[in-house]
Unconditional design. Structure first.
Length: 327
């Protein structure tokens, strides 16, 4: 490979959705824009409410606040540039910009994956060890777990970043996607890709597989504890404490595993893009909605704020019993 060829490609062309043009492209653009803005508004509302309302100062709301913050960043990494690609019906992006987007997408996605695992552990403690819950899940452990999610995820993806920065691009420059997803981006490289592909495969173990296994183990123990409860009311109450998180985890890992772990044989590029939109755009909107619909405290506070009953918030809302609020 000559040095001249190494420097021929300086930008990539993101095709977006070539089959969606004209009025359809405008419609898709505005739908995604509305979903993006609505998701940011809901997540910001959750972040503010958990910060200012003493009724929400408990571990599960703290983790929900962190999840809202992470998903807002995750959306912003991809969606603004995706909207530009859809509006222009294809747009260019520099190699540095593509590497940065791939890195942030992986790092923030990894952070969210581990935070959902931490939330599963929180639900496990609340149901399986309720008497020790307050002692174990103290403020120090909460902050330590969140810091671990951020630091571990960004350090782990630094390995991927170092490989990406060493790639050379001298041939095709078209990415048939709406953002710089890692695998389509790597496939365009003229470099020897085996080391990076191996690193991606190995990296999927601590990023996706181990958290998924930990979540499964946590909920197996949760379900065993629930089935041991003699009363039907007790079972329903215990299950309600984790039903929202279980729904979010199922949706999140279901789309994630479909995109990156299930073989793509027989799947069209359009299907893969639609699944990616479900994972990147739709899931972050559903997550806070699912939590809010299931959470009485948040619904009461939101209702009082919308009806301007400030005093009702202080007097009409009981302080939650830690570990037994539906989440």
């Amino acid at each position: 490979m000559s040095k001249e060829n190494d420097t021929t490609v300086t930008k990539f062309l993101l095709l977006g959705f070539p089959e969606v043009q004209g009025f359809k492209a405008v419609l898709v653009f505005h739908v995604i824009l509305i979903v993006y803005i609505l998701t940011l508004i809901i997540n910001c509302a959750i972040i503010v409410l958990v910060s200012i309302k003493p009724q929400l100062h408990s571990p599960m709301y703290f983790f929900l606040q962190q999840l809202s913050f992470i998903e807002s960043i995750f959306l912003t990494v991809v969606v603004p540039n995706m909207l530009r690609v859809i509006w222009l019906e294809g747009a260019t992006i520099s190699i540095a910009g593509c590497i940065f987007q791939s890195y942030m997408y992986c790092a923030v996605g990894c952070t969210e994956c581990h935070l959902l695992t931490v939330m599963a552990y929180d639900r496990y403690l609340a149901i399986c060890q309720p008497l020790r819950y307050n002692t174990i899940m103290n403020n120090r452990l909460q902050y330590s777990l969140v810091i671990y999610c951020w630091v571990f995820s960004f350090l782990l993806t630094q390995i991927t970043l170092s490989f990406l920065c060493q790639l050379h691009f001298c041939g095709p420059h078209v990415i048939d996607h709406f953002f710089c997803d890692l695998l389509p981006f790597v496939e365009l490289s003229c470099s020897h890709k085996f080391a990076l592909q191996l690193e991606i495969f190995i990296g999927a173990i601590p990023i996706i597989i181990l958290p998924f296994v930990f979540v499964i183990i946590s909920y197996i123990n949760v379900f065993i504890s629930i089935f041991r409860i003699s009363s039907t009311i007790g079972k329903k109450k215990s299950f309600s404490t984790c039903s929202s998180h279980l729904t979010v985890v199922t949706l999140y890992f279901g789309t994630l595993l479909t995109i990156y772990m299930v073989p793509a044989n027989g799947q069209t590029l359009t299907v893969n893009k639609l699944i990616s939109i479900l994972y990147i755009v739709v899931t972050p909107l559903f997550n806070p909605i699912i939590y809010c619909l299931r959470n009485q405290n948040i619904k009461i506070i939101m209702r009082n704020l919308l009806t301007h009953k400030g005093e009702g918030i202080k007097t009409g809302l009981p302080r939650p019993t830690i570990g037994h609020e539906p989440l």
